[in-house]
Design a protein around this ligand. Structure first.
Ligand code: Z5A
Length: 227
């Protein structure tokens, strides 16, 4: 019998501050993969499963704010544990590529480096929630938060969040600048996994940059394209 290696499903995450274009690029990447008949799913954090989406609503409505950043880190980890067990791990095992809009680096950046939660707690929660399912590659979309805010404000002009913003959008610009630096620091310390890309550029150009990185990182995509 021929020993044909199983195709490896990849786990790709997108990270960065608010409004940098993560959701836009996640959707575009899914379209590209589907065009190659690569089975893939798009998901997000916090969320991705009914239970994790319930945690998302609780946090983003501001109901956990008074608990403090440490307790919020535990809540994000609880949602992540469910997300990994119920969706990410089974999808990868069945051969589907998984693309997630935010994942564990957001806890490192928001609750850890910017929120001041002890790195030992962040690391312990991460080990528990990921259970070995670290992303194969992480795109850190980077841009000046002031410009990203303008994008978000333009989008939300008509929405219910227009006046207040969600739990984290209410933080001031200086906080978001520190958050930006936190993501850059994480990328520097995880240089094999993380790729930082300038997000203040045309979405088509950014999409192409992301695709070029993936072609270099996962050469099997090239053969899929030719198949
Ligand atoms: N959080 C946390 O604290 N700890 C954790 O562990 C996790 C999360 C997992 C989730 O909110 C919040 O939870 C988040 C961190 C915290 N903080 N906040 N707020 P979310 O998922 O709802 O928010 P977000 O991740 O920041 O998503 P976003 O605001 O939707 O931003 P985005 O996905 O990066 O951007 P987008 O939706 O693709 O684009 C924003 C707008 O810009 C939109 O109108 C686009 O059409 C436009 N756009 C997109 N790309 C471009 C380009 N290239 N040029 C011009 N305009 C563009």
């Amino acid at each position: 019998m021929l020993d044909i290696p199983a195709k490896t499903a990849r786990f790709i995450t997108f990270e960065g501050g608010e409004g940098v274009g993560k959701s836009t690029q996640v959707k575009r990447l899914l379209v590209r993969l589907n065009r190659l008949n690569i089975e893939s799913i798009r998901t997000r954090e916090p969320g991705g499963t009914p239970k994790a989406e319930a945690v998302r609503a609780f946090i983003l409505q501001g109901r956990s704010e008074s608990w403090g950043a440490g307790a919020e880190a535990v809540l994000f980890a609880a949602a992540r544990l469910n997300h990994v067990n119920q969706l990410i791990a089974p999808s990868l095992q069945s051969g589907k590529w998984v693309i997630s809009d935010r994942f564990h680096d957001s806890t490192r950046a928001y609750q850890g480096l910017t929120g001041g939660v002890d790195t030992r707690l962040i690391a312990g929660l991460e080990e528990l929630a990921l259970d070995g399912h670290a992303p194969d590659i992480t795109f850190v979309l980077d841009m000046d938060p002031k410009i990203a805010f303008d994008r978000v404000n333009a989008r939300e002009l008509e929405s219910a969040l227009a006046e207040t913003g969600d739990r984290f959008e209410r933080e001031d610009l200086d906080w978001h600048r520190r958050l930006r630096q936190a993501f850059l620091d994480i990328a520097e310390h995880n240089a094999k996994r993380c790729v930082v890309l300038p997000a203040n550029q045309d979405p088509d150009a950014l999409e192409q940059e992301i695709w070029d990185v993936l072609l270099r990182r996962f050469p099997e995509l090239d053969s899929e394209a030719g198949a």
